[in-house]
Design a protein around this ligand. Structure first.
Ligand SMILES: Nc1ncnc2c1ncn2[C@@H]1O[C@H](COP(=O)(O)OP(=O)(O)O)[C@@H](O)[C@H]1O
Ligand SMILES: [Mg+2]
Length: 261
């Protein structure tokens, strides 16, 4: 197996899984790491397309680094049993095929499916970006009553728990679950203070650690079409460095430090 398998997951779309996965990939490539990427969200294919766009930009900018990428569609077998068996076989084989890479970064869909579960069970690290909202918090943990502090894990947290067990049974490995808030508003709102407080309090009980997140920044949305990231330099199509751009880089370096990569 690769030194570190990092899975981006959350049972909700639009939280920044594909965008942040791409940024982490480029961060690692720029540190001369050997990186393979896998898109388990073949239906949406955002991660794959981000990489394809990068390949196009590479044609005129040969210095740009590209990961070794695989798109993995799920099995289409008729019965659930054969479908699950086929998925597990394909995924296990792919992980063995990629074992010479230092890092394998995997993007998963914002909905539950068998292949995504399997991908989670192979993770050394699961990164769950969420938006700055109580709706997103509810997808992580069900807070039945704030005052009496009664909580129960959401379906996603239960799924992660299940995959931690599967991983432990398979190879005694442990999964480090990292949650972060993405697209934070620039103002420190009461909402966010409240959210941070709850997340910090919950992390131990639900079994994740909280990493510092990313602010809402236009630059993240602008770079997709060129396949570039805020770390790419010396490419004509990259917008001029702004303060926000520098701050965004710092947020990414902070995440990489939290992941010890
Ligand atoms: N920090 C951010 N600031 C601004 N826009 C962001 C940020 N992170 C992601 N986005 C944008 O949010 C949208 C959803 O991101 P995406 O990575 O596709 O999420 P997911 O993979 O979880 O569905 C995209 O349009 C993306 O450009
Ligand atoms: Mg996505």
């Amino acid at each position: 197996m690769a030194q570190k398998i990092i899975v981006f997951g959350n049972q909700k779309g639009g939280t920044g899984k594909s965008t942040l996965a791409m940024h982490l990939v480029v961060g690692l490539l720029l540190k001369d790491r050997n990186v393979a990427t896998v898109d388990v969200d073949a239906r949406q294919g955002t991660f794959s397309r981000y990489i394809e766009n990068r390949e196009k930009t590479q044609r005129t900018n040969p210095d740009i680094r590209i990961p070794f990428h695989t798109t993995l569609p799920g099995s289409e077998a008729d019965s659930v049993i054969s479908m699950e068996r086929e998925n597990l076989e394909t995924f296990t084989k792919l992980m063995y095929d990629l074992s010479s890479y230092e890092y394998v970064i995997i993007d998963t869909p914002g909905s539950d499916n068998n292949l995504s579960r399997i991908a989670h069970s192979f993770a050394d690290v699961i990164i769950t970006p969420m938006n700055e909202s109580f709706i997103d918090l509810d997808l992580l943990v069900r807070i039945d009553d704030l005052t009496s502090n009664t909580i129960r894990p959401s379906t996603y947290a239960e799924m992660v728990w299940e995959q931690k067990k599967n991983r432990a049974v398979r190879d005694k490995g442990a999964i480090d679950w990292v949650v972060l808030v993405n697209r934070m508003s620039n103002m420190l709102s009461r909402n966010r203070q409240e959210l941070d407080k709850i997340l910090t309090a919950l992390s131990k009980r639900i079994g994740f650690r909280l990493a510092s997140g990313f602010k809402e920044r236009v630059i993240f949305r602008e770079l997709f079409l060129s396949g570039l990231t805020i770390l790419d330099k010396d490419v004509p199509s990259i917008p001029q460095m702004s303060l926000s751009h520098i701050a965004a880089r710092q947020e990414l370096y902070d995440l990489m430090r939290a992941l010890k990569v």
